[in-house]
Design a protein. Structure first.
Length: 217
């Protein structure tokens, strides 16, 4: 199957399976989304969604969060992992948002990446899911699937992001990001599929005999 055929098949299959792409992380405003995405680093969305209601019940905005003791934030978010680093970042970025942006989350990738604890992937998720700005957030799961499906041979998420943006129309990026995540969780998990078992893997590479070896990011 040619790469262009794989791209068309993958898009059609994902649109068929996931016509709607609700944001997995529960939130009620841009600030809550930013915090939820920050907490999701090396943590499942399900676990984040259990923690954030407790955190946001105490402080649901930058103005409130900046005044919370770091230890209190730490104790709440500890189940998400990396709690010392994340709790510090949450307090610090809240203070910066109040000082520089009147408490609002800026809809700008570069400005977001300047905030403590906010990397490129986190910023991409916030602008795409929060503001509807085209972006293609790439995590290790999407990186893995993109390799399995022959959409990239990149050794890191930066190259994978570049490759996926090049082959998919910009208007589909925000939806595709979530569709690939949903498919990976449902059908093409790290251990459940080795590049030969799920429908997309089998269709893209029907002659693949051995487990696919990924290039780790």
């Amino acid at each position: 199957m040619l790469k262009s055929d794989r791209v068309s098949f993958i898009q059609n299959k994902l649109n068929q399976l996931y016509p709607k792409t609700p944001t997995p992380l529960h939130h009620e405003n841009h600030f809550q989304l930013l915090i939820a995405v920050l907490l999701s680093a090396q943590c499942t969305d399900a676990k984040v969604n259990k923690v954030t209601p407790i955190l946001f019940n105490i402080a649901d905005s930058a103005s409130k969060m900046q005044s919370i003791e770091q230890e209190e934030v730490y104790n709440i978010i500890r189940p998400c992992g990396l709690a010392p680093k994340k709790s510090k970042a949450i307090i610090e970025l809240s203070k910066i948002l109040m000082k520089n942006y009147n408490g609002e989350v800026p809809p700008d990738m570069n400005l977001l990446e300047e905030l403590p604890g906010v990397g490129h992937k986190t910023a991409s998720v916030v602008v795409s899911q929060g503001f509807g700005i085209p972006a293609f957030p790439i995590d290790t799961h999407i990186h893995r699937l993109a390799q399995r499906w022959g959409l990239t041979n990149g050794k890191n998420v930066i190259q994978t992001e570049y490759d996926l943006k090049k082959i998919f129309p910009m208007t589909t990026w925000n939806r595709l990001h979530l569709q690939i995540i949903f498919y990976g969780r449902d059908f093409c998990t790290s251990r459940g599929c080795d590049g030969r078992k799920c429908e997309i893997c089998r269709t893209c590479y029907p002659k693949r005999k051995k487990p696919f070896i990924h290039k780790k990011p």
